[in-house]
Design a protein around this ligand. Sequence first.
Ligand code: XCC
Ligand code: SF4
Length: 655
Amino acid sequence: MSTTLPKSPAKETVSVDPATNEMVVIANNSQMSTVWDRYAAQKPQCKFGMEGICCKICHMGPCRITPKAKLGICGADADTISARNVLREIAAGTAAHSDHGRMLVRALKMVAQGKSKDYKISDPKCLQAAASEFEIETAGRTDLEIANDLADFFMSQFAWSEEPNATLKLAPKKRQELWKKLDIAPSGIDSSVVELMHRTNMGVDHNYHHLIMGGLKCSLADGWVGSTIATTVSDILFGTPKPVRSRVNLGVLAEDKVNIIVHGHEPTLSEMLAVASQDEELLAYARSKGANGINVAGICCTANEVLMRHGLPIVGNFLQQELAIMTGAVEVMIVDVQCVMPSLAHVVKCFHTELVSTSEIAQSMGAEQMTFDAKNGYAQASLLIRKAIDNFERREKSRVHIPNESMEVVAGFSNETIFHMLGGHFRKTFRPLNDAIIDGRIRGVVGIVGCTNPKIQSNSAHVKLAEELIKRNVLVLSTGCSAIACGEAGLLTPEAALAMAGEGLREVCDVVGIPPVLHMGSCVDNSRILMAATNVLLEGGLGEDLSDLPVAGAAPEWMSEKAVAIGHYFVASGLYVVLGHPLYVAGSENVDRLLREEMEDITGGKFEWEPDPVMAADKIMAHIEKKRDALRINVKKERKVLGMKERRELNECKH
Ligand code: XCC
Ligand code: SF4
C-alpha cells in the first residue's frame, strides 16, 4: 500500500486568505522562516510514519514494517503497530481536552470556596440546569453551595469508578445502551487515558480490532465527559455565549493601539484580560505612552472563547501565529497550552514583541514565565497589560506591516441560543429545525471542525467544504480553527453567507434569523455539536439514535492529536466523519478497513478520508440522503414531483 504525499502549495499562495499570503511574502523577503519553509525542509516526510508502521514503544526497536520484515522484533505486525499508534494519539488528545476541563473545574471550586474575588458564577441558570441534570440538591441553597458540589461531582468524573461516567447520560438512551453493549462506555477520564497507555505498552493488547474499540472508549471520555465538562464550566463561570458581532483576521491588529494577543486554549486569564483592558486607569496609562487604546485579540481557541463572550476580535487561526508577530505591531503575546508553536521564540527575537508563558505545565523557550494564578486573576491581567503598554514605545514604527484584511463575523451560537432563536422567547424548541429537515428544505446538519495544516492550502478546504454544503442546503456548525477560517472568508457574515446558501436553507435561516454557518466555539465546544445533534434527535421525527440522523462531521485540514480523539468520539457516537487527510493507518489494510467500512456495522458511524472538498461534500451528501431515505422523509418529496399522468394513474384503483 502506498500513500501519496500531499503537494506543497506554492509559496505565494500558501493560503486562500490574502492576509496570510501577504505576510508570508514579507517573511520570505526578510528571511524569517515560517511553518511552510520548515514543512518544505521536512520533505519528503517519513513514509513509515505516514503509514503508521513504525514502532518505538519498546527499546528492542525502533521497528518498522517493510516487505522483507513483516513483523517487529517482538512479533507485532502492521495491524497491531498502527492501531497502537492511533490509540496513543487518542489518549493524548483526550488528555489535552480533559486536562483543560480539569483546570476549569479547579477554577469553579475556587470560586465556590470564595477564594477568588475576580471570578463569579456568570450564568446561574446554567449552574442550576447542570446541577439538576446531575442530581445535585438546589432547593434553598446558594449558587456557591451548588457550585461547590458541582465542582466535586465534575472532579469525580476524572477518576475510575464502578459505574460509567455520569455525563454519558446526556447522550440519547439508545446510544448509551449500545456503548454498554459494546463495552466502550468509559468510567473515568484519567483512567481511560491510563488504560490506553497500558494497553498499548509492549506486550499487552495485540488485537487491532480490540485495540481500536478501546480507543473509541477513551475518545468518548473526551467528547461526552472531559470536553462536555469544560464547556459547561466555562459557560457557568464566564457566561453562556450569545451571538456577538466582531472582526477576524490579521487586520484587527491596530496600528495606533497597544496590541495584546492571547493564544492557546485557557479562557481563565483571557477573561480577566478582556475585563482589565477596559480599565480606565490602564487606558489612561496607555494614552500617556502615546497609544490610542488597548486592543486584546486572540489566536486559536482562546480567541474563540473571548470572541463568543466578549466580542473581542480574532487575529487568526493556527497557521497565522507566527505571521501575527511578524506584523511588528504586537506588544505582548500571551500563551498558555496547546497549539503554541515553539518557533514563536525565534520570531519574537526579530521584533519588540514579548512572549509570556502563563501555564504551570507549559513553558516556551525565549518566553518570560508568569505562571497564572486565578486567585489573583485581575491583578495579573493588569500587570500583563502594563507590560504591554510599556513595550509600546519600543515598537519600531518603520517595521510595522498590518495587512488591511479583516472580516465581519457573527459568532457565539450555544445550544441555548439556538433553542431561543428557533423557539422564540417563550418556547424552548428545536422544532422548526426538525420540521425543515423533515420537509427537506434543510437536507442535514454537518459539523466542520479542526485545525489548519501546511500540507493543505490554508483555509481552502474548510471554506470550500462549507460553501459547498450550504449551497446544497446543509446547515453547518463550526468550531475551532475551522470557524476562524470560515470567518476570514466571510462565511460568518450572515448576509453574505445567506446569499450563497441554497434556497431551502436560506428560507429557513431568514425566518429564524440564524446564519447558515453557526460559530459554536472552541474545540472542546465540539461537545456543543454533540448536544445539538442530541437535541435534534430528542425533538422527534428523525429516528431514535444519533446514527439515524442526516448528520456528519468533517475535519478537512486537521493536524492535532486532539482531532484524532474528536474524530473517534464522533464515530463512536454514530456519525460519519470525513477527514481531509488520512489517519496514520495506510500501512494496515485491516485497520483502515475497520475504520472506514466495518465500523458502520458496529457504531453506525465511520471514517472517510477525502482531500478534495467538493468530493467530500459529495460523499457527505450521499450519506445524508442515505439517512434521509432510511428515515423515509424523502418519500413525501418524491410524491410532490409526480406528473399529471402519474397522478391520474395513482387515482385509478387497480385492486
Ligand atoms: Fe489547535 Fe483549538 Fe486545531 Fe486550532 S483547531 S489548531 S487543535 S486551536 Ni482545535
Ligand atoms: Fe519493535 Fe515490538 Fe518493541 Fe514495537 S514493541 S519497538 S514492534 S519490538
